[in-house]
Ligand binder design. Structure first.
Ligand code: 5GP
Length: 180
């Protein structure tokens, strides 16, 4: 695998698709176990989570539903902290087991805000599945239930994660190369 470039920045291969697939399967098995006897509703947070959500949802070998919402809190490479809902939730989640599917939890502000909103709709339980988690960057009181990979506080792209809209279709996750 080779380095890729976007906006004049160089990114190096970081998590290969085979590792992602294997980890997704493990998370799916865990979710299936935890949700036995229930029909969980997956809520995919667009845009970044769509490849992870598609893989995770198909790997969860049980009755389940999926829906999509869209929030935005990020401009370029630094979090603005401003979260705005672009596409709302039409499903009734009262008394449902809900699994929010995120691409990455960085400061945790996005997921924290979303959880506060969803709690008002009285789900039976609210869980968070995220492909990537940067524990060192976390400033909110949130704890993802299902984490693909814990990663350091470095900017990553690929497998749904973008740089100004690009790179989402890379099959692997790439990390910004320092001093490139
Ligand atoms: P948080 O609110 O947790 O700080 O940020 C969550 C959102 O910021 C993610 O859904 C994602 O869109 C964006 N984000 C955070 N870290 C990264 C990163 O390393 N790479 C990319 N491409 N987006 C990130």
């Amino acid at each position: 695998m080779k380095e890729v470039q976007y906006n004049g920045l160089t990114f190096e291969p970081y998590i290969e698709k085979e590792r992602i697939a294997a980890r997704v399967k493990e998370l799916a098995d865990q979710i299936k176990k935890d949700c036995e006897g229930k029909v969980p509703l997956f809520i995919c947070v667009l845009n970044g989570a769509f490849p992870f959500a598609a893989d995770l949802f198909r790997a969860v070998d049980m009755d389940a539903e999926i829906t999509f919402i869209r929030l935005k809190s990020y401009e370029g490479m630094s979090s603005t902290g401003v979260v705005k809902e672009v596409i709302g939730l039409s499903e009734n989640i009262k008394d449902r087991t809900v699994i929010i599917v995120e691409d990455i939890v960085d400061t945790g502000k996005t997921i924290h805000r979303l959880i506060e909103d969803l709690k008002k709709k009285e789900p039976a339980e609210l869980k968070i599945a995220t492909l990537l988690f940067k524990p060192e960057a976390l400033v909110c009181d949130v704890k993802p239930d299902y984490v693909g990979f814990e990663i350091p506080k470095k900017f990553v792209i690929g497998f749904g994660l973008d740089l100004d809209g690009m790179a989402r279709n890379l099959e692997d996750v790439y990390q910004l190369k320092e001093n490139a």
